[in-house]
Each structure stands twice: as structure tokens, then as C-alpha cells.
Design a protein around this ligand. Sequence first.
Ligand SMILES: Nc1ncnc2c1ncn2[C@@H]1O[C@H](COP(=O)(O)OP(=O)(O)OP(=O)(O)O)[C@@H](O)[C@H]1O
Length: 461
Amino acid sequence: MFGLTNKNKGPKQNTKKRSRRSKGPALYNEQQNLGAARAANTKSDAGRKPLRKTKRKSAKLSKGVTKQANHLTSNMRDAMVKVTQLRRAERRNREAVAIAKTTPAMTLKRLVRPEQVGDWMSRLNRSLTFDLGIDLGTANILIYAKGKGLVLDEPAYIARDDKTGDILALGETARTMVGRTPKGISVIRPVKAGVIADYDMTEFMLKYFIRSVVPASRLMKTRIIVCVPSGITPVEKRAILEALLRTGAKKTVLIEEPLAAAMGTGLNDAQQVGAMVVDVGGGTTDIAVLCDTGVVVSESLRIGGDSFNDSIIRYIRRKKRLIIGQLTAEEIKVAVGTVDRRARERVIEVRGRDSGSGLPKMVSVNSLEIQRALEAQVMNILEAIKGILEKTPPELVAAIIDHGIILTGGGALVDGLDRVITRSIGVASYLVESPRYAVIKGVAKALDEMSQLRDTLDELQ
Ligand SMILES: Nc1ncnc2c1ncn2[C@@H]1O[C@H](COP(=O)(O)OP(=O)(O)OP(=O)(O)O)[C@@H](O)[C@H]1O
């Protein structure tokens, strides 16, 4: 009975409150039932009926009341759960309204932790900045985009209408027009011997090629490292930097060709103690001794793949009385050309115009003839290497003997150059893998290490 009384006391108060507030039908009925049960209980006590009858009656009554009380308790629990759920939903609504009222920045602060904000900012900055490396060569222009790789590899040629000044073709299309253009159209090379020969055309070519690889919206954020021959004057350097700035770039930086070539060959260890790099390009041959502080001694010669072609043209005209063009000379050089008189003999049939009669003619040319044609130029390169070694500090010479002479640049692909240098200088020399791309690989590295290389780079912004 005590248990029963206790059970009835608690729920009774709650039920009253609830019934007053919400007057829910279930709870109201329960309260009425409980009241009826109590009234019945009081009546039975007052009547003082015989003991057996009273016992049976009170047992029946207590069963009923227990049942009702249990029922009431479970209903109370349901009601409490409902109230809690309602309160939670109300709190959630209030929070949602508060977030909606805050500014976007406040919402960002609420949703993103401070360290994530930093990451987010740097990620955004990185995605907006565009870093380019350019090998502005006499023969070819190569562009490397950080994070993307080599994005442009085109011959540095422009076909132009002489009368109107209109540009008709650029790059490979213009190169194939060399020696085949009608009157009034000329194919020009704006960069000669590594130096800008025609400023307007160089600027036009750079703008055209850069815009073909950089979205216009990112040009203002573009940083460019450009590679130049070691022998150019400060005025020429500034001209190149300004031409690049006029393309719309944010910042332009210069790096010397031999330094870039050395970096591109992955020479870091040798470079620290001393290395000699001979970069034979289309227009220039750059010879330099480098150590960890940069270029120690260097020289730039106006000799390269193009002047090799000129020598071949002159030789064939003189010895074979045949006039050939630049493209044929290039073909001969690649097919049978050599600078080593001990090389295996190869022969090629060459077509051209007879210098006397002006009629078409075909002659055969062999490797030894090409070796003779190129001999004087190779002698100049060998003399320049000897001269540089004489100016090199003895400690570095010892390092060069250990590491050898490294050959880079497309011009160094001419057969036998490495063997001739090794025999004449007495120091092992070797051609790097993909010599045409050594400089642009170095420029790519320089882009990664831009901040450390600050002393070695000339910059403009
Ligand atoms: N297989 C080959 N044999 C001989 N010469 C070659 C060969 N392939 C390319 N060349 C020469 O390489 C030269 C181009 O080399 P590269 O692209 O390194 O020059 P560049 O960087 O444009 O010139 P520079 O460094 O003088 O500004 C051309 O003159 C071409 O004739």
C-alpha cells in the first residue's frame, strides 16, 4: 500500500499542472479515474463491512489502482519525451536563425578553424598565381608552366607581310616557309645570337605564345623566369625584361643560360665543387665554370647550330657549285654531319640550284666534307674552352677534371663534338640526356627555388 501511495503522489501533481496547461484528453481522464479510485477506497473504509468481504474488495481495488497508476506513469513518460523533443527543435531553430543573421566572414570563422583559414588562403593564392619559365632561344622558344610541365616548344620564327606589316604565321608554320615565300613576305627570326634583334617582333611573339598557355585572367598574377645567354649586356637584359613585362606579367626574372643548363643537368653536387658547362645553342655557345656561388668564369661565342648551317651552305656552294637553303643545310647536318674526322663515313644526295647555270642539280655530300666545313667553328669552340680553363682557379680546374665537361643545347647534338673536346682538351666530356631541354629543365628548377636564387637573378616588376 505504501508503494502505491507513493506512486500516486508524484504523478498526481504533474498531471494537474499538465491538465491545467494543455488539457490533453488522455491525462485528464487519468486524473478523473484516479480520483474515483480514491473515493471508492475512502467509502470502503467508512462502511466497516465484514472482514473477508472487505479483504476481497480491497484486494480488487488495489489491483485496479495499480493498473491505473502504471498506465498513468507510462503516459507521463511519453509526455516528457515529447516536451524534450519540442524544446530541442526550438533550440535548433534559434541557432539556425543566428547563423543566417551573421556576415559571410563570421560564418566562415564559425565553420573553419584558424589553421584551416591559413591553408585556405595559401591554397587560393597558389591557384591564382601562374609561374612560367621561358627559354627564349635563337632557334626555339620553350615555355614551362609550374605544376604542368613543358607547355610550348616552337621554333622562334615569324612570317610577315612586308607591305602591311601583318603577321601571317608564327612558330613551326613560319619555319616551314623559310626560303619558300613569295615576294613581299619575309620570314624573320626576332632573336639572333641570343639577343633581341627586332624588339617589336620579339614582344609580339612572346605575347602570342604566353597568351596561348596562360588564361588572360591570370596574366596579372604571372611570374616569369627567362633564360638569356651569359654574354648579353645590361641594356639587352633590361630590354628582354621589359618586353616580358609588357606582355602583362606581374614579375619577370632573368637567369643566365649556363647556370640554368647546369641546374637542368642535376649537377648540384659537382656544382658545389666546380663544373664546366658548354651549351651549344642555335645562335650562341656559352662556356661557363660554375660553383655554388654561381658563374665563376664564362664566355659566350656567336657560334651555334645556325652558324654550322651557314658554314655548310658556303662549303657546298664553293666546292660543289650548288646553292642550297637553310632547311637543306639543317637536313644535311642532322643526317650525315660530323665534327670528328675519325667518324664513320655517311653519304647524302642533295638537290639545289647550280651556281653557274642556275639550273636544278643534284650532288652527293659525305660526312668528311661536312667535318671540313665545320672545322673552323669547332676550332673556335676548343680555343674558347682552353681560354676559360686558363682563367679558372686551380682548385676548380681539379674539380672539372674529376667531373668532366658537360655538353648541353641542341647544337651539341652534332656528331662527334664530345669526342673532339675530350681528345683536344684532355678532359672527359659528355652529352647530357635530351640536351635541347637541359636549359628549360634548369629554369623549371629555378622557379622552385626562386627565393634562394635571389642573388643570382636579375628581376623587374
Ligand atoms: N640532331 C642534331 N644534330 C645537330 N644539330 C642539331 C640537332 N638537333 C638540333 N640541332 C641544332 O640545335 C639548334 C637548336 O638548339 P637549341 O634549341 O638548344 O637552341 P636555342 O636555345 O634556341 O639557341 P640559343 O641557346 O643559342 O639561344 C639548332 O641550330 C639545330 O640545328
